[in-house]
Design a protein around this ligand. Structure first.
Ligand SMILES: Cc1cc2nc3c(=O)[nH]c(=O)nc-3n(C[C@H](O)[C@H](O)[C@H](O)COP(=O)(O)OP(=O)(O)OC[C@H]3O[C@@H](n4cnc5c(N)ncnc54)[C@H](O)[C@@H]3O)c2cc1C
Length: 634
């Protein structure tokens, strides 16, 4: 498909410059351009949106390890390095330069790297490699922002309107309450027939529903399949208050292709091209890695004003990119913004770019001789994440698998053909067959604080080099138990050097705050899963535990093996007078003018179990705030 990319290199001034094309930056850039403003969208990665790897939902994990798409970070999970290295996924660089995962047979002299945390350096950001789970957060997460900032625009009812605007639901009947049908982001449920055909899995789901009190003990398989298709994104404020089992909504379209921030950019560029007017309000530059936001003294106020961005053009300019070559230094460009610069580089790169530009804690900036524009201690602090941990079993016989005939990455793969020509089959589905919410006794309100996702024939136990190629025995069943409402705010992103091409030091400092409660809450989730596995008389049982290992407590397994990939909060939103806030509720960076942050960094706490939908919603909110400012002549 010819890509109508508009990459003019001639213009040096736009009204808005947006750095980063993930769920935060891309919709905002597209919306502002549609509203008639000239916008330059800078994306460090390339566009791979039309490759099968990004379009076929099943290939999501492979994207996370693909050299041309993945940004490979190694992060620290624990302040205590001995504790951190107990994780079986802890990765080392061996003396011969190869990677080694875990402590077994570790060559002496190996250097500790940490835990692999993939993000994408590609058009569309992490919405182009993630697991596509598209779950509406509890209303309490929006009301929390209202309480924090006083901004009524974050009320749950108002945020629902923004969701309706961005959603193109291609599963529920048009007119279904609380949903949108004309937005840019397609949402569906997995094909229920694939569950219906997995007898063993269906039996486990039925028992789980009964044990949860979500269905009566005589519930039939047909009723279970109907219940699974309930709408977890419905507008009822109490939708997190019932221990229930359902299919997880996913950002996939009716043709079973990934729908994402990239597809929205593509649609807007196509729209511009088709109009024939030559009026390209949106300009996209890929392979454009921003290294600094530029400021000028302001004639109208005492605060410096963001006026532009410096960026390097070139392939793989950032050292998290596996193709990085230090001797390829790219070409430095400067572009100017007559109205605003918007940073949307994601939770690791946004604080790094702000600090490199002189916005951050004074002591840290001075350590690297970076001239201080604003001493802002919140930048790179407050990082939070959902915790996830796996509980897995092996049954007495293999589960049926929809992947039985598939031959991934080989010529003549029948499953790829089924996806391509029939828009059906195993490849067009989100990875998690089933989801569940449950309230532990540690929830801080009436809502569930645990979200389970899982399926038969495989399991997800976190990221490590090679995770996308791992195969599990076909008699495996695994749940990932996700902790919502996590208590820890001790994560940090700090500079390693003043070289923008260097990755920062990323430390999650798991369980430093409220660790005992969060671990115990997750252990209650494990206990519930066990109560189902241990029900007598199951056709695919008895089940033997593989995680936690026999004899290992849930608490120990969770503490050692916990993982996460939903980080937020490194430029957190707060009240105007809150010195610990990075941006105000209008996404404006404190202490300067003409600069906003619009991405996952701004969440003051982790939204629900899955941040991608809330981040898309933030982008819509920021669109409204910016357009309102224009209307007011600001
Ligand atoms: C493996 C994985 C699976 C996930 N699965 C799910 C899921 O199923 N459901 C869910 O809700 N969430 C999921 N997430 C999280 C979710 O995708 C992210 O929270 C979301 O994409 C964050 O959006 P963002 O705009 O903040 O940043 P990102 O998506 O990270 O986008 C940032 C973009 O900015 C670009 N960029 C960064 N620095 C620069 C620079 N200096 N110059 C130019 N460009 C730059 C990057 O290349 C990237 O394209 C997953 C995340 C990962 C890593």
């Amino acid at each position: 498909v010819p890509y109508p990319i508009h990459q003019d290199q001639d213009h040096a001034e736009y009204e808005y410059i947006v750095v980063g094309s993930g769920p935060g930056g891309a919709p905002l850039a597209a919306n502002l351009a549609r509203a008639g403003h000239t916008v330059l969208l800078l994306e460090a990665g390339e566009d791979h949106g039309h490759s099968d790897l990004q379009r076929v939902p099943f290939f999501a994990d492979a994207n996370s390890e693909h050299p041309a798409m993945s940004w490979e970070f190694y992060v620290s999970h624990s302040l205590n390095s001995t504790q951190a290295q107990l994780d079986s996924k802890f990765t080392w660089r061996t003396p011969n330069g190869s990677l080694h995962v875990g402590h077994q047979d570790l060559p002496s002299g190996s250097e500790p790297l940490g835990i692999f945390y993939p993000r994408t350096g590609t058009l569309g950001g992490c919405s182009n490699h993630n697991a596509m789970n598209m779950v509406y957060p509890p209303d309490a997460d929006w009301e929390f922002i209202v309480d924090l900032t006083g901004d009524e625009g974050f009320r749950a009812e108002r945020m629902r309107e923004l969701f309706v605007r961005l959603e193109r639901n291609e599963f529920f009947p048009e007119g279904t309450a609380g949903h949108g049908f004309e937005g840019y982001l397609a949402i569906v449920l997995n094909d229920i027939d694939l569950v219906a055909n997995q007898t063993g899995l269906l039996e486990l789901i039925r028992l789980t529903m009964i044990e949860a009190g979500d269905a009566s003990s005589d519930v039939t398989n047909e009723e279970v399949l109907d219940l699974l298709q309930r709408d977890q994104n419905r507008p009822d404020p109490d939708r997190y208050q019932q221990h229930s089992v359902f299919q997880i909504p996913v950002h996939i379209d009716a043709q079973r292709r990934r729908s994402s921030a990239q597809t929205y950019i593509y649609d807007v560029l196509t729209e511009q091209e088709a109009s024939g007017s030559g009026n390209h309000t949106l300009t996209l530059r890929t392979n454009a890695f921003a290294t600094r936001v530029l400021f000028e003294d302001n004639t109208k106020s005492a605060q410096p004003r963001a006026t532009g961005v410096e960026y390097l053009s070139g392939v793989a300019m950032y050292s998290a990119d596996r193709r990085y070559n230090a001797s390829e230094s790219g070409t430095l460009h400067t572009v100017h913004a007559s109205r605003e610069v918007i940073v949307a580089g994601g939770v690791f790169n946004t604080p790094q770019l702000l600090k490199l530009s002189g916005i951050g804690p004074r002591a840290e900036l001075e350590r690297f001789d970076i001239p201080v524009v604003v001493d802002l201690s919140a930048v790179g602090e407050n990082m939070q994440d959902n915790y996830e941990a796996a509980i897995a079993v092996e049954g007495s016989r293999p589960f049926e698998s929809p992947f039985e005939d598939c031959t991934p990455f080989e010529d003549g793969d029948p499953c790829l053909a089924d996806w391509r020509y029939n828009a059906s089959g195993a490849y067009g589905q989100g990875a998690a067959t089933v989801g569940m919410i449950m309230r532990s006794s540690f929830s801080s309100n009436e809502d569930a604080d645990l979200f389970f996702f899982g399926g038969a024939g495989g399991l997800f136990r976190g990221h490590y080099p090679g995770f996308s190629r791992e195969e599990y025995p076909p008699n495996t069943f695994g749940w990932s138990v996700v902790k919502m409402q996590t208590r820890n705010r001790a994560g940090t992103v700090r500079l390693r050097s003043k070289d923008p091409r260097d990755v920062p030091e990323i430390a999650f400092n798991h369980f430093e705050q409220g660790g005992r409660q969060d671990i115990e809450a997750m252990a209650e989730g494990f206990e519930f899963a066990r109560s189902v596995f241990e029900l007598p008389g199951q056709e695919y049982g008895p089940f033997e535990y593989t995680i936690p290992a026999p004899g290992e407590t849930a608490q120990r397994s969770i503490r050692e093996e916990v993982y996460s990939h939903h980080a937020v909060g490194t430029c957190a939103m707060g009240a105007d007078d809150d010195a610990n806030a990075c941006v105000n509720s209008g996404f404006q960076v404190r202490g300067v003018e003409g600069l906003r942050v619009v991405d996952g960094s701004v969440f003051p706490r982790v939204p629900g179990a899955f941040p991608v939908l809330p981040t898309f919603m933030m982008s819509e909110k920021a669109t409204d705030d910016i357009l309102a400012a224009v209307a007011e002549g600001l």
